[in-house]
Write a protein that binds this ligand. Structure first.
Ligand SMILES: Nc1ncnc2c1ncn2[C@@H]1O[C@H](COP(=O)(O)OP(=O)(O)OP(=O)(O)O)[C@@H](O)[C@H]1O
Ligand SMILES: [Mg+2]
Length: 497
């Protein structure tokens, strides 16, 4: 690298001064005064912000000090050549549009310049009109390119990744994590309550990985009878046991080069745990009734909704196997901890089921959304999906109204609301109306989740107090009989501002 460019890099791009608002900034570099002047007049007239440098050194100085969109430089100059100016300009701003001018049509320097990223060069004398046209064309195509980049960026921040929907911070973390993990072949352990999307995430990892062309094979360790699990995983030879009348490949062999998803790994019995441990350690296994060892080229993703550490503590899960699978841990947060995702998910499932059932249900009513957001979702996204599917089936209007939601959801929402509005209610929907505090509290029943209810309660009163205190936190804390510190803790936890 030439000394000139080293200097330029040391100066760095962050010494830019603010460019004239909205105007394209051009730096003209030429040691010939008449040329500089002529170009300045013409290009200013075209509306550009034009700066001049009479030498290569002068140009470097200016490039370091302010931002330029376009560089128009002579190649042959007494101190530093235009090619070096170009190199420095590109180091400072990779996106600068550069044109070169030369009195000596030497193709080799022109080629050098193009290689360094100049878009074109002019041999003196040249037609000024042609130069103006070229400048306009290149700036335009550059602008389009940049717009395209921005557009692509915007598309990438759509709140979807491999069918996983979410916009909450924890879900955006999940997306980022899936992307990173997909590039590795490490074993992954996905934890999270039932219905949080463990299956979906396991598939997303596989289909974003280099193994995507090879099979993704899922095995529910809890769903297969113990006696069958081994032959399911490892396969068997003919005659290995009664009923084994042919050779059969196991899932590990079927998944060769791909991914094996061991769902509900916490349900695996201890004998199988030993066998699985061996595969994970040696990447080799033997079919049931077989004598030869088979190589296993698999990536393992395991999932569980149980607390594996606890199972290890109580001796129901082998500690050594736990460490083997707990290489990369991904935890999927329950839906009640990312309520921002509820409207997005609800809309996603709404269009899915409306299309499937060919029903013209197009949106979720505000009131219904409020109820959905107030509910605790013990069954997480799966439960939300079922609720929306049911609502689409029942709904007779284009909007999902509260009466199409199951009673437990209307109850939770009404409880959270009960004293937000003290104004007389006119609706006659029994599910969202509670005359006294006794009926406000929902009964115990299937899917009851005390923790989620407790959270709803806190969320509700903190928001209410804040509202009544006109946003003054100290006052709200006082109204709640809570220390300011606790108030801050809960407000932050429940994301209430
Ligand atoms: N973020 C999400 N975006 C879209 N759909 C989701 C999301 N999370 C879960 N789902 C859907 O919810 C249902 C349950 O998800 P999934 O089967 O992946 O959950 P799980 O964590 O494996 O549950 P379990 O522990 O009960 O097996 C699926 O139909 C899945 O498509
Ligand atoms: Mg699952």
């Amino acid at each position: 690298m030439s000394p000139a460019s080293t200097q330029a890099r040391a100066a760095g791009p962050d010494v830019e001064t603010a460019p004239a608002a909205g105007k394209v900034r051009i730096l003209i570099v030429d040691d010939e005064p008449s040329m500089r002047e002529m170009l300045r007049i013409v290009l200013r007239r075209d509306g550009y912000d034009v700066q001049l440098a009479d030498s290569g050194r002068g140009a470097l100085e200016q490039l370091r000090q302010s931002h330029f969109d376009l560089l128009l430089s002579d190649i042959k100059m007494p101190d530093i050549s235009g090619v070096d100016v170009l190199r420095a300009a590109k180091e400072i701003n990779r996106d600068v549009v550069a044109f070169m001018m030369t009195a000596y049509a030497s193709t080799s320097t022109a080629v050098d310049a193009m290689r360094l990223g100049a878009v074109d060069y002019f041999t003196k004398p040249f037609s000024v009109d042609e130069l103006r046209l070229k400048i306009r064309q290149h700036l335009e195509s550059h602008r389009l390119k940049q717009e395209n980049v921005l557009l692509k960026k915007a598309l990438n921040t759509r709140y979807e990744f491999s069918n996983i929907i979410g916009r909450s911070e924890p879900m955006l973390d999940v997306f980022r994590m899936v992307e990173t993990i997909a590039k590795t072949t490490s074993t992954v352990l996905i934890t999270g309550e039932s219905g949080t999307g463990k299956d979906l995430v396991a598939r997303a990892i596989h289909y974003n990985s280099l193994r995507r062309e090879r099979p993704f094979v899922a095995l529910n360790c809890g769903g297969v009878p113990e006696t069958l699990l081994e032959s399911e995983l490892f396969g068997h030879m003919r005659g290995a046991f009664t009923g084994a009348d042919t050779n059969k490949k196991g899932l590990i062999e079927v998944a060769d080069g791909g991914t094996v998803f061991l769902d509900e790994i916490g349900e695996m019995n201890t004998t199988m745990q030993v066998k699985l441990l061996r595969v994970l350690q040696d990447r080799r296994f033997r079919r049931l009734g077989g004598t030869e060892e088979v190589q296993a080229d698999i990536r393992v993703i395991a999932a569980t909704n149980q607390d594996l550490e606890k199972l290890v503590g109580s001796g129901r899960f082998r500690e050594d196997l736990f460490y083997r699978i707990n290489v990369i841990r991904m935890h999927l947060p329950p839906l009640r901890e990312r309520r921002d995702d509820i409207p997005l998910l609800a809309e996603h499932f709404l269009s899915k089921y409306a299309e499937q059932m060919k029903k013209p249900v197009r949106s979720v009513a505000q009131e219904s959304l409020r109820l959905l957001q107030a509910y605790g979702w013990p069954g997480n996204v799966r439960e939300l999906e079922n609720v929306i599917e049911r609502a689409v089936a029942l709904e007779q209007t284009p909007t999902v109204l509260p009466h199409s939601l199951p009673p437990q959801i209307r109850t939770a929402g009404a409880a959270a609301r009960a004293d937000v509005d003290t104004a007389p209610r006119t609706d006659t929907d029994p599910g969202s109306r509670f005359p006294d505090a006794g009926t406000m509290l929902p009964d115990l029943g299937e899917g009851f989740d005390l923790e989620a209810r407790g959270e709803d309660f806190y969320r509700h009163y903190i928001a209410l107090a804040l509202e009544r205190a006109g946003g003054v936190q100290v006052k709200a804390a006082e109204m709640l009989g809570m220390s300011f510190r606790s108030f801050r803790y809960y407000a932050k936890k429940f994301n209430i501002r």
